[in-house]
Write a new protein. Structure first.
Length: 115
C-alpha cells in the first residue's frame, strides 16, 4: 500500500500522554455510530433528531453516543429553546474523521471486484 506524505505531521516526538490520549480518541472513533455522528457534524450544527436520521441508529443510542462524545470534549453543545444543538469542537477532529473515511475509500478501492 502506498502512503502519501502527511500534510501536517506532528511537529515533535509524542510522549506517553499524547499516545494515551490519541489512543482514547481513536477508540471513540472506532464505533460506527459515533463515527457517523461526527461525520454528520462535519456539515455543521445539528440536533438529536437530525443526527438520528443521519446515522440511522435509535434515538436513545444516539443520545448516549453524543453524551460520550461531549464528555470526551469532542463535541460542543448549546441550547436553542428546549433543543440541544451539537457541533464539532474543532477542525482537527473534522480532518481526522475525513481522513479516516478517505483511508476506508482507498482500502475499498484496493479490493478486487467480485461478481
Amino acid at each position: 500500500m502506498h502512503l502519501s506524505a502527511a500534510h501536517h505531521a506532528h511537529p515533535r516526538s509524542p510522549g506517553e500522554e499524547q499516545f494515551a490520549l490519541a489512543a482514547e480518541l481513536l477508540a471513540l472513533l472506532g464505533d460506527r455510530t459515533r463515527l457517523a455522528l461526527l461525520h454528520a457534524l462535519t456539515a455543521g450544527e445539528a440536533d438529536v433528531s437530525t443526527l438520528t436520521e443521519a446515522c440511522g441508529a435509535a434515538r436513545p443510542a444516539v443520545s448516549q453516543h453524543l453524551a460520550r462524545l461531549r464528555l470526551a470534549g469532542l463535541v460542543n453543545t448549546r441550547k436553542e429553546g428546549r433543543r440541544v444543538i451539537y457541533s464539532l469542537r474543532d477542525g482537527h477532529l473534522r480532518r481526522l474523521v475525513d481522513e479516516s473515511l478517505n483511508v476506508a475509500d482507498h482500502r475499498l478501492g484496493d479490493q478486487p471486484l467480485h461478481d
